[in-house]
Design a protein around this ligand. Structure first.
Ligand SMILES: [Zn+2]
Ligand SMILES: [Zn+2]
Length: 387
């Protein structure tokens, strides 16, 4: 029977001893295995995973390894379960936990910092100085599920209570998986200055973070909000999520278009979500003097940057990692108040057993896939949204 020292369970949410879990073998190779259901420790709960979204970073980890780091190294052949954008139902409470109830629906942030380093104490737990140190003699208790510890492509996972975000009954499982994505966009805007009401924002790259970046910026009162990209179908969704203007960079020069659309001046902020080779040089020419650029996408190689232009124009560059400073709570508040409809970027749902198919849809953008969600129960096999 499932149990652990000081762990509370309830017959309302029965917990089995073992679960189905996908594990990473060699690069690109996922295997479905049985694993023991993990047991929560102090300040942790067990979450029954009801839905998990696939992220471009998952594809990166599965095929190449970084930014995942398991036992201080590459994540291959270590019985590691990837997946990090999940939500579910609290199924067991670790010792001393009274902040959440069994049966409560939650979505989860990825990063539980160590809680004791300088950055964690500043609320920058996604930049924890003990990142990845959750094993061996120097175990600092850091967790980034799906990156440094087991993630969500399975049926149950333990989470630190600091990573939980309560969600209302009215929010669907699929929508709740998008809270972390919206939270990442929110964190970017927080780092740029926080209050963007009346200030001009460009978002470059209409991927999930970019599209929800548009939605969050608009909800925060930014004006105008301009989205650039190469795919008209995605730019159209950007308009539905609140972009005042969209620019297809295949048809016109993005820097010129941005300046024209903002009265000949550059904008106050750019949130760079494309990772395109010239994205940084374009972004620093889209902002006005003293403007700020948030870099939220990681390109593969090194990129030459016009440093002289940055210095002469007093431009600020911010790299952001993940969803720090409780940004997911603020993003969830916008979503539960229906300030924007994040489900516009959810396109497909597959059962957990069909994860490889789901990944193929996400990777190859089959049928215009944007966010592909996987569910352990309640989804018939081979059902796709287009049917
Ligand atoms: Zn992600
Ligand atoms: Zn820390």
């Amino acid at each position: 029977m499932y149990s652990g020292p000081g762990v509370k369970t309830s017959k309302d949410v029965p917990v089995p001893d073992t679960m189905r879990a996908w594990v990473l073998g060699n690069p690109g190779e996922l295997k479905l295995v049985e694993k023991p259901v993990p047991v929560p420790k102090r300040a942790e709960v067990l979450v029954r995973i009801d839905a998990v979204a696939i992220c471009a970073t998952d594809l990166e980890i599965i095929d190449h390894g970084p930014p995942a780091s398991i036992l201080g190294g590459m994540p291959f052949n270590k019985n590691f379960t990837p997946g990090h954008e999940y939500m579910g139902t609290v199924a067991a409470l670790g010792p001393g936990v009274d902040e959440y109830k069994i049966g409560q629906r939650v979505t989860v942030e990825i990063h539980a910092g160590c809680g004791q380093c300088k950055r964690c104490r500043e609320g920058m737990y996604t930049s924890c100085h003990n990142y990845g140190l959750n094993y061996g003699d120097v175990d600092k208790g850091h967790r980034a599920n799906g990156f440094t510890t087991d993630g969500g492509f399975c049926e149950y996972q333990v989470n630190n209570i600091n990573t939980l975000v309560a969600i209302p009954d009215a929010m669907s499982d699929e929508e709740a998986t998008l809270v972390v994505t919206a939270g990442t966009a929110m964190y970017g805007l927080t780092e740029l200055g926080g209050l963007v009401a009346g200030e001009s924002v460009v978002v470059t790259g209409p991927g999930p973070i970019g599209l929800l970046g548009v939605a969050v910026a608009k909800a925060m009162g930014a004006s105008p909000v301009i989205l650039t990209g190469t795919r008209d179908n995605r730019l159209k969704i950007g308009k539905e999520l609140g972009a005042d203007h969209v620019i297809n960079v295949r048809n016109e020069d993005a820097v010129e278009a941005v300046r024209r659309l903002n009265g000949g001046k550059g904008v106050d902020y750019v949130v760079e979500c494309s990772g395109a080779p010239n994205a940084v040089n374009d972004a620093i020419r889209m902002v006005n003097r003293g403007g700020k650029v948030c870099l939220a996408a990681f390109p593969h190689g090194e990129t030459p940057v016009d440093v002289a232009h940055i210095v002469r124009n007093n431009i600020y560059l911010y790299g952001i990692r993940g969803e720090g400073k409780s940004a997911t709570h603020r993003a969830e508040a916008f979503m539960s108040q229906k300030r924007f409809d994040a489900t516009k970027i959810h396109t497909h749902t597959f059962p957990l057993d069909d994860l490889p198919t789901a990944i193929r849809y996400a990777k190859e953008r089959i049928d215009d896939a944007i966010k592909v969600v996987v569910k352990a129960r309640g989804v018939a096999a081979h059902r796709v949204a287009a049917e």
